[in-house]
Ligand binder design. Structure first.
Ligand code: ADP
Length: 463
């Protein structure tokens, strides 16, 4: 994830480490530069004083000039920096730099020629610019007889800074690499539990309250994990209460409703004999009671399946005869509505399943297909092999389901179009299909276009 916690952590660690390393390296370079300036200054001054001391006695005499040239030649080979010896008038007597001609004048020496030590530091003016210039007087018997000028060039000075710059750059790269490594490890430690808890919360959102996270620890993440586990247990308790309640209520309702139906049937027959016109009313009561009974049965079936009491009697059998029976049982209702029902199935397809439960699931799909298709429409049941699985499909040319409802239709008690709910039941049929299919290790999918029809596909593993 581009802007996930992990990338943000790495970026912030990297930023802090680089800013800190940059600040440290800038501070170090400045300190080192200052030390270098002081070092050059001291080195130049001590060499210049040594030269001035060596030259003071015979300075101004021919021997002194020779002595100055020899000393300069020696310095040029031994000491870093450049040197020049000037006479009392400020003219060059000799210099380590071949480009400086004897007799010429050099800047930065006026104070030395009046007997004072002089230091000038300049910076960043090009390779041949002078960086540090020192001048000291040559004094003999209290008189200034000349001056020694010593200097270091910008390029020599920069060369001495190059190693520290290399080391600093290397250290910066090292700090960046190290901070990436550390933040990778730290962020891994932080995001792994978050990712696991996210998986748990997704499962809870999907209705699975049995999973728990193993994350522990005394920090905030550990507390969050513990809270999530508590929440999952509470939801699981509520779910058990709800399931038991639905199971118990539907169980309790079954006998009185069945008694009402039987009594109403008796009354309907009697009314028919009496011919007083009330038979129609009793017929309606019988019809509505039958609907109520079928809903109660579905509710009981659902709570039995959800309580984990669903045991499958798995056997291998050919699919086509079972599908033929289902078509036969649905045909009267389809004929009554003027719907054509068809079957496309290879007789050789065999499946390993609980025959009664699978028949129940497919019948629910057929039942819905007939229920939500108007006269003149078509319902086709088919079975075939797809991608190494067995697919049982129910396709209709009915009302269809809109795309907002489609992802939720397998939820219990969910009815897609509330305005059409008189057609449907309590929204239980498809959740029973889903439970039965999943208990067989299969899946169920729905494809639909509102106004054009729907296809429901049960996929089962090949037995
Ligand atoms: P019900 O008992 O209401 O039919 P189901 O769980 O079987 O409950 O179906 C849930 C909802 O899905 C139905 O209320 C209906 O809106 C929609 N539905 C199911 N099958 C079809 C279908 N073949 N065509 C259109 N809508 C369907």
């Amino acid at each position: 994830m581009l802007f996930g916690i992990r990338s943000r952590l790495i970026a912030s660690h990297l930023l802090v480490a680089i800013v800190a390393a940059l600040a440290a390296s800038i501070y170090l370079s400045l300190s080192f530069e200052r030390l270098q300036v002081e070092y050059h200054e001291h080195a130049l001054l001590s060499s210049a004083y040594a030269l001035a001391d060596a030259l003071e006695t015979d300075f101004g005499t021919p021997h002194g000039s020779l002595q100055a040239r020899n000393a300069i030649a020696k310095l040029a080979s031994e000491k870093p920096g450049h040197f020049a010896v000037l006479d009392a008038a400020g003219r060059v007597v000799s210099s380590t730099d071949a480009l400086i001609r004897p007799g010429g004048r050099l800047a930065g020496t006026d104070q030395a020629l009046t007997g004072r030590q002089q230091v000038t530091v300049t910076r960043g003016k090009g390779d041949d610019a002078e960086h540090t210039v020192v001048s000291v007087p040559i004094e003999h018997e209290g008189r200034v007889v000349g001056a020694v000028r010593a200097w270091v060039l910008e390029k020599d000075y920069r060369a001495s800074l190059a190693p520290i710059k290399r080391v600093t750059a290397l250290a910066l790269a090292g700090v960046a690499a190290l901070s990436i490594a550390i933040s990778l490890v730290l962020s891994q430690a932080l995001t792994t539990p978050i990712r696991r808890m996210r998986q748990l919360s997704r499962r809870i959102a999907g209705g699975d309250f049995t999973t728990r996270t193993q994350e522990s620890g005394a920090d905030e993440l550990g507390e969050l994990a513990a809270d999530l586990n508590v929440m999952a247990s509470r939801l699981q308790d509520l779910e058990n209460i709800r399931r038991d309640f639905v199971g118990n209520v539907s169980h309790e309702l079954r006998s009185p409703v069945s008694n009402i139906r039987v009594t109403s049937e008796v009354l309907e027959r009697r009314a028919e004999r009496l011919g007083d016109g009330s038979a129609k009313l009793f017929q309606t009561i019988v019809h509505e009671t039958e609907r109520l009974e079928s809903m109660i049965n579905e509710l009981m079936e659902l709570s039995e399946i959800e309580s984990g009491a669903l045991t499958l009697d798995m056997r291998s059998f050919r699919l086509k005869p079972m599908l033929d029976e289902l078509i036969e049982s649905i045909s009267p209702r389809a004929d009554q509505k003027g719907i054509t029902v068809g079957l496309l199935a290879d007789p050789s397809i065999a499946v390993e399943a609980d025959r009664a439960r699978l028949a129940r699931a497919v019948l629910n799909l057929l039942d819905n297909a007939v229920k939500f298709t108007s006269g003149g429409g078509q319902v086709v049941l088919s079975a075939r092999h797809i991608d190494g699985e067995i697919a049982i499909e129910v396709t209709d040319t009915g009302d269809g389901i809109n795309s907002a409802d489609l992802p939720r239709i397998f939820e219990r008690f969910y009815r897609a179009d509330k305005a059409r709910h008189r057609k449907g039941g309590a929204g239980i049929g498809l959740s029973i299909v889903k439970h039965i299919t999943e208990a067989h290790g299969g899946t169920v999918e729905a494809y639909s276009e509102e106004g054009r029809g729907s296809t429901f596909r049960i996929r089962l593993p090949v037995g």
